[in-house]
Design a binder for this molecule. Sequence first.
Ligand SMILES: C[S@@+](CC[C@H](N)C(=O)[O-])C[C@H]1O[C@@H](n2cnc3c(N)ncnc32)[C@H](O)[C@@H]1O
Length: 344
Amino acid sequence: MGSKRTLVPMLGEIATATGSKTALDLFTGTTRVARRFKEQGLAVTAVDTASYSEVFAKTWIAIDAKDCDQNELEDAVARLNSVAPSAGYFTKTFCEDARYFQPMNGEKIDAVRDRIETDYRSTWLYEPLLASLILAADRVDSTTGIQMAYLKQWSKRSYSALKLTNPGLLAGNGVAIRGDAMEIAPQLPSADLAYLDPPYNQHRYFANYHIWETLVRWDAPEVYGIANKRTDVREAEHRSRFNSKPDMPRAIRELIQGVKCETLVLSYNNESWLTRDELIEICSSNGHVEVLDVDFKRYIGSQIGVFNKSGERVGNPGAKRNTEHILIAGDRKMVSSIAKQLRD
Ligand SMILES: C[S@@+](CC[C@H](N)C(=O)[O-])C[C@H]1O[C@@H](n2cnc3c(N)ncnc32)[C@H](O)[C@@H]1O
């Protein structure tokens, strides 16, 4: 999910070095970065447009583990694991018409998802159970990671039986907001630290993770094409300004001007539409800017190439590595000292 797993320790160090108590994660995705901030004791606000991301943010950021009876969650997970499989929309669409999951797992997903809706909809367990189901499904899928296509041959892990586990709640404070960062950011109170990790090319997350959207919404949408994507992925409301080459520079500039924070951190890919110098110039509205360049292993799909439904290669593998720029903007003394510390 474009997750910043390898950058998380560095972002955690920036939070510590700045002495931040509050943080914004405006494109939170998997919430991996927001979780690190929360684990370090910061009060975090996590924002994203995706429904599945809101489920993750409600689970890991908004819920304070200290306020919950963990046994209730354990019991619910165990109950769901014992639900009898039953084929429905999910099995038909994603296991028979397409081959993202083995039918035995699709039938289980159908049954578990229905049960979450009927038994837990109005309880605090709803989002943690949905998060648990997405994670369980992710462990047995047959893709290279994104849902633009599925593998020609079933992946090894797709043969494993779907099993829900406790998603593991975190203690601490946080807020989950589903919405457009452009609109939400100016309305939020000032934070010590703001982390921005916007999409950096034309690929839309709503389309790349359409199955998680459907699993959360549970709205049995009409689908199209080989990948069986929701027909509404084509609608304008699901396009992000960050996916548009002509509009993206303006969007980033407006966003950064609207975010109220002491220290701003932006991560951006060297294959994006903006150069390093343009990024520095844009971030300088928040103070002095330092850039850290991090070597990054590319998404596996781009290493093995792109295939069509018959398994023929229709795209070539890209370069195996790329660079992620981490821009830190804020008080000169603080930013210079953090950059030095992280470079050493
Ligand atoms: C590069 S990913 C972020 C990954 C995240 N840092 C992580 O570690 O999982 C970009 C995210 O921005 C979200 N997004 C796209 N346009 C958005 C917008 N206008 N406002 C808020 N979120 C948006 C996408 O849904 C996606 O989750």
